[in-house]
Ligand binder design. Structure first.
Ligand code: FAM
Length: 457
């Protein structure tokens, strides 16, 4: 079928049977012990990134082995990249296999969404149908426009974004169906409609925030003959720059999903498990993405780089950069854009952006600085001896690319991350409702209970 919903309707009953079979065969097998220290977040890593607690088929991270990697680091200074697979495919594979726009060479995020939802590489026609469908759903209610227009420009763009997404719940198909007494087995249908509406409406929300906060004038309307990234670029005022449009296609694709346990994806899943509709669930996810240890890191990286540039000038020596990095650590701050809760290698999303930069902006000064930092930070983090992963993550690179094309308003960067992450969370919410995922409710213990439980043992 050309329609994503029709294809999904064919896949859901098969997957329900598959899950049943896996549970029948393996359901009674033990999976992961927990140490008391881990409950308090010490020893190796916090318990949650080790505890098998979630199921999500859309994407999976391959951490590599931290011990092997650290041990061999001096012998192999640049670690091999793999890291993430979307439905079994690496980033280079999806770049090669997903449909492109006419004349373009980066994958269309429409195709990535089809892949996340179905596990299949879509045809050009299926992807074109998604572009058309999203363009048709793109308008946002007038009252949401008014909410955004009334926000003071000093309110962080991420707070405005979350307000607007939450308010979309006004027209939620799932919330209405639930009130009308929908049966559990039909939850996925209205969830799918909300998920599609959510993704479709984000460009208009993001565009309006950008225009309002940075005084960029009137929004153009959505062009139904263009793909999602082209429309988003046009709403931000960059529709005439084909290289920027290509960057957005790559950007949305690689930021879309990153396993089920990262703060934004997990928040969406958790809130969705209470049967809050996809708008409420994604509004909550955005509030998690807005934290500096998660999505806000792309803003933080740019602030950090700019400060470094203003202090050290355009072509700083390695010694000066090293000293600057050490001064960040000595001030009790993190080096933004480095480290990861799961990955133990250079983030392949970093590499994909570096390759884009090498192709389109090899002489950009800030890109060169980012490359210089990449050669210095890992050894410093290793010497400092705390971070388990000294390698760069996605956020170390994204802001430099956006800045190159003139999108240099750093406080807006996480909004673009938020547009992208909706693809993964939306796909996950559809499958959670299709497979009857349970209410998420981890058990908490008091310290007194731990003392009592382990006394004398
Ligand atoms: N600079 C300095 N210290 C770091 C560090 C960094 N980049 N990364 C980790 N550490 C420290 C960390 O603060 C912790 O210190 P304490 O023991 O004093 O608390 C210690 O090393 C162990 O941390 P970890 O186990 O290696 O990392 P976590 O799993 O706790 O946290 C991150 C992972 C990503 C939050 C952490 O590496 C970090 O703060 N990085 C900088 C912020 C950043 O770039 N975030 C974006 C992550 C990105 F992938 C995303 O979500 N978009």
């Amino acid at each position: 079928p050309v329609s994503l919903k029709d294809r999904l309707a064919e896949l859901i009953p098969k997957e329900i049977e598959n899950v049943k079979a896996v549970r029948a065969e393996h359901g009674k097998k033990a999976f992961g012990p927990v140490l008391v220290d881990q409950l308090y977040g010490q020893v190796l890593t916090s318990v949650l990134s080790r505890l098998p607690a979630l199921i999500w088929d859309g994407s999976v991270l391959d951490p590599g082995s931290s011990f092997t990697r650290l041990f061999f680091l001096s012998a192999h200074p640049r670690s091999p990249e793999e890291g993430i697979r979307f439905r079994g495919k690496t980033i280079p594979e999806i770049q090669a296999e997903l449909p492109k726009a006419p004349g373009g060479s980066e994958p269309l995020p429409e195709g990535l969404f089809w892949l996340l939802v179905t596990g299949e590489i879509p045809t050009q026609e299926q992807v074109a149908e998604l572009s058309r469908d999203w363009a048709a759903r793109a308008a946002i209610p007038e009252f949401v426009e008014e909410i955004l227009d009334r926000c003071p420009p000093t309110l962080h763009p991420m707070s405005q974004f979350s307000l607007a997404v939450t308010a979309l719940n006004h027209n939620s198909a799932f919330a209405k169906a639930y009130q009308d007494g929908i049966s559990k087995k039909d939850y996925w249908g209205p969830t799918f409609e909300d998920a599609m509406d959510l993704i479709a409406k984000l460009p208009n929300i993001a565009g309006r925030i950008y225009r309002n906060v940075f005084a960029k004038g009137k929004l153009p309307s959505i062009d139904a003959s263009k793909d999602y990234s082209h429309n988003l670029a046009a709403l931000l005022g960059f529709g005439d720059d084909p290289a920027f449009v290509e960057l957005l296609r790559l950007y949305i694709t690689i930021h879309s999903d990153h396993e089920g346990g990262n703060v934004s994806a997990h928040t969406g899943k958790l809130v969705g498990s209470a049967l809050s509709d996809p708008f409420l669930a994604y509004g909550a996810a955005l509030n998690g993405l807005a934290g500096p240890l998660h999505g806000l890191a792309n803003q933080e990286v740019l602030i950090w780089l700019r400060k470094m540039q203003s202090k050290l000038g355009d072509d700083p020596s390695d010694e000066a950069v090293k000293e600057y990095i050490w001064s960040t650590l000595k001030a009790g701050q993190v080096v933004p854009g480095y480290g990861h809760a799961v990955l133990r290698k250079t983030d392949p999303r970093y590499t994909a952006q570096r390759e884009f930069a090498l192709k389109h902006l090899p002489d950009d000064k800030m890109f060169k600085l980012v490359g210089q930092i990449y050669n210095l930070v890992p050894d410093i983090l290793l010497e400092a001896g705390k971070a388990k992963n000294p390698w760069p993550n996605v956020d170390a690179h994204s802001g430099v690319l956006l800045t190159h094309y003139g999108l240099d308003q750093m406080s807006f960067y996480t909004v673009l991350f938020g547009v992208s992450r909706a693809f993964g969370v939306a796909a996950q919410l559809i499958w959670d409702r299709a497979l009857g995922a349970p209410l998420e409710r981890p058990k908490s213990y008091s310290t007194a209970a731990i003392q009592k439980m382990f006394a004398g043992k």
